[in-house]
Design a protein around this ligand. Structure first.
Ligand SMILES: [Zn+2]
Length: 404
């Protein structure tokens, strides 16, 4: 984003950005950094104070004289509503403007019941979690859903789990009750955003791979999420593996890594071997018991995933590959097979400093990611200015006006 110069006149949104990042924390700093006149600084700060986005703090005087009034971003000045939907686990929360969870709930919900059942339930839950906080405090909504999402529209495409969601445009439904910006992305992208901001904020390039009922990836490139032209970037689940044996994938192709190495595939293959497994937890129990056939099946799945990841690593050269999702979290043998294949098959330069790590936030990355996604949007200078009618319309007309 280009830095504004004095010639283009910093808006209230830009002033908020400087206060949030700590680049300028007093009115005098703001004048120096932006080149705005004192009345112009006063006007913008006044707007931000009025909207509750900034608060004033006065330090105790230490050396005598009048201490300067410090300006701080007010994380308590509003809330965002977030929900990380999964095929089995769903987390719903209300977060402050710093992304801290104020109230949350986790429940198992069958998302296959469709948007007509699930979305009203989410909205009712947000209302309960809001408690006494008025709707006027809500600045935005951020959601992750287990489907490919055409991001700009918030439209779900080719739902990975549930057909009843295909083609649903979510934001207008939410805005009927909560008329604020609504951002929707796929579940793996919000996990990637959460793990990046929460654990690896200093790294520009990260790939989050979720191995669960399905396999998918979210890519952080150059510090931001890589969505591709419509939002389908990172769909590694439907990259074919070599010599997969002709397994038909539900996408219609054969030998997609999803069809040979996902949690669903593991259960199918183990049942074919005569194992009594209904859930991933059953598989975990067999691995713990040292069952040789189960261990071999899990390792083979890891090698398949590693094969596809090796290609992705060559293209993207991430600094870290984070492995998450309940299957990856449960199985050491799977993770070590993935590691082995990626290091062997990716190029030397791409793997020279590559780290392959288990997710540290686990399911919590989903809530963090949803909050970061919506906060980055609603607190961006452009979005803040849109809500500040006066300076957004005519920033240059106000510089000479005395503060009111
Ligand atoms: Zn497929």
């Amino acid at each position: 984003m280009p830095r504004r110069t004095a010639a283009t006149l910093a808006t209230s949104g830009e002033v908020l950005r400087l206060i949030r990042t700590g680049e300028a924390v007093t009115r005098a700093d703001l004048g120096r950094v932006t080149g705005l006149s004192r009345p112009a600084v006063q006007l913008r700060v006044g707007e931000l104070l009025e909207r509750g986005l900034v608060v004033e703090r006065t330090d105790a005087p230490s050396t005598g004289g009048r201490p300067p009034v410090r300006l701080e971003f007010n994380a308590a000045g509003g809330v965002v509503l977030v929900a990380a939907l999964g095929a089995s686990r769903t987390r719903v929360a209300v977060c402050d403007l710093a992304g801290e969870e104020l109230a949350g709930r986790e429940f198992s919900m069958d998302v296959e019941e469709g948007p007509n059942v699930v979305l009203p339930l989410l909205m009712d839950t947000w209302d309960e979690l809001l408690g006494d906080r008025p709707h006027s405090m809500i600045r935005g909504v951020g959601m992750g859903v287990p489907a490919t999402v055409e991001f700009a529209e918030g439209r779900t495409e080719s739902a990975r789990v549930m057909a009843s969601w295909t083609g649903v445009v979510i934001p207008p439904i939410i805005r009927e009750r909560f008329p604020v910006p609504v951002l929707v992305d796929n579940d793996v992208n919000v996990l990637a955003i959460g793990e990046h901001r929460g654990v690896y904020p200093e790294l520009g390039d990260l790939m989050f791979v979720k191995v669960s009922t399905r396999i998918g990836a979210g890519v952080i490139a150059g510090g931001g999420i890589l969505r591709g032209a419509l939002g389908a970037a990172g769909e590694i689940g439907h990259i074919p593996v070599l010599d997969g044996g002709g397994v038909l994938c539900r996408c219609g192709n054969t030998d997609c890594v999803d069809s040979v190495a996902s949690g669903t595939a593991l259960l199918r293959d183990l049942r074919a071997l005569g194992k009594d497994v209904k859930t991933i937890a059953d598989v975990t129990a067999l691995v713990r018991a040292g069952d040789a056939e189960t261990m071999a099946t899990v390792r083979e799945a890891g090698r398949r995933i590693g094969e596809v990841l090796a290609g992705a690593v060559n293209i993207l050269n991430p600094a870290v590959v984070v492995l998450g999702g309940d299957v990856a979290e449960a199985f050491g043998p799977l993770v070590s097979s993935i590691r082995e294949v990626v290091y062997r098959r990716s190029t030397a330069l791409a793997t020279r400093r590559l780290r392959i790590e288990p997710s540290r936030l686990g399911a919590g990355a989903g809530i963090t990611g949803c909050a970061v996604m919506v906060l980055d949007h609603v607190l961006s200078p452009e979005a803040v200015d849109e809500t500040m009618t006066v300076t957004a319309l005519r920033p240059d007309a106000l510089t000479a006006r005395p503060a009111g």
